[in-house]
Write a protein that binds this ligand. Structure first.
Ligand code: MF3
Ligand code: CO
Length: 261
């Protein structure tokens, strides 16, 4: 069942997502060589509590494994769900996916970005750029009357058009009073998949995971970390988006940032 949110509920979701955006901004500033990923987790958690929200991922239990931390930090060939650890230090040239969610006044916000540590080569910058472009191409399709597949196809076209592959084992999702709601928002299209029509009041977390090499993945023994099967790089960008009568509203894009445009 896809939940339809009222304008008031969307306003709360925007505040939840703004907190996620503010935390991600602080994390991006904290990313530098020598920082360990546990420190990023601590920073995310303390900022979140300061802002009156709670981390969404800590204690999350979709199957029989509990996610133990507040933040997901996925480095280089790690696609998503990397678990922060004091023994994992960032180094120059790494790419770091920061995926974060909070719950605020009963509603979830969820967003992710991938950034380089220090200087990264143009080849890798392009992977980050294309993945973000794929996200924005998907978001542009998030309007009433379209279907989920319009988002999926737009994401896939940008990623594959640039010579990359999209991860098919994970998808975006509805978001609201639960972190993961219907519908699933795949980053690829196949005929015959559930393909609901989009309506005003829906909210979606759109999250392309784009691989430099092939789409296949493996899960590490920690039960969470998804890595590329071929060891090549992967990037991940995510926004929480509301569908309104006038089109998509990116809830997790900082309003203060837009003021500067
Ligand atoms: N953005 C990811 C997702 O929507 C984060 C989930 S991490 C988890 O699936 F620990 F909560 F599973
Ligand atoms: Co998500």
């Amino acid at each position: 069942m896809i939940t339809i949110k009222t304008a008031e509920e969307i306003a709360i979701m925007r505040r939840a997502s703004q907190i996620v955006a503010e935390v991600l901004d602080a994390l991006v500033k904290a990313v530098r060589p020598g920082v360990n990923t546990e420190e990023l987790d601590r920073l995310a958690e303390s900022l979140t509590l300061e802002k009156g929200a709670r981390p969404a991922f800590k204690g999350y239990k979709p199957g029989n494994v509990v996610y133990p931390k507040s933040l997901c930090v996925s480095i280089n060939n790690e696609i998503v769900h990397g678990i922060p650890s004091a023994s994992r230090k960032l180094k120059v040239g790494d790419i770091v996916g920061l995926d974060y969610g909070v719950i605020y006044q009963g509603f979830f916000g969820d967003a992710a970005r991938t950034v380089g540590v220090g200087e990264i080569p143009e080849r890798i910058k392009r992977l980050l750029r294309v993945t973000r472009e794929a996200l924005y191409a998907g978001i542009a399709q998030a309007r009433p009357g379209n279907r989920v597949s319009d988002i999926s196809r737009a994401v896939q076209a940008v990623a594959e058009g640039a010579g990359y592959s999209v991860v098919t084992d994970f998808a975006g999702h509805g978001i609201g009073r639960r972190l993961h709601e219907d519908p699933q928002v795949p980053n690829y299209f196949r005929p015959g998949m559930p393909n609901p029509r989009l309506q005003t009041g829906m909210a979606l977390a759109i999250e392309p995971m784009v691989n430099e090499g092939g789409p296949d993945l493996e899960i590490l023994d920690d039960g969470w970390t998804a890595v590329t099967a071929d060891g090549k790089l992967s990037a991940h960008f995510e926004h929480s988006v509301a569908i309104t009568s006038s089109g998509p509203v990116i809830l997790s894009e900082l309003l203060s940032e837009l003021d500067n445009v």
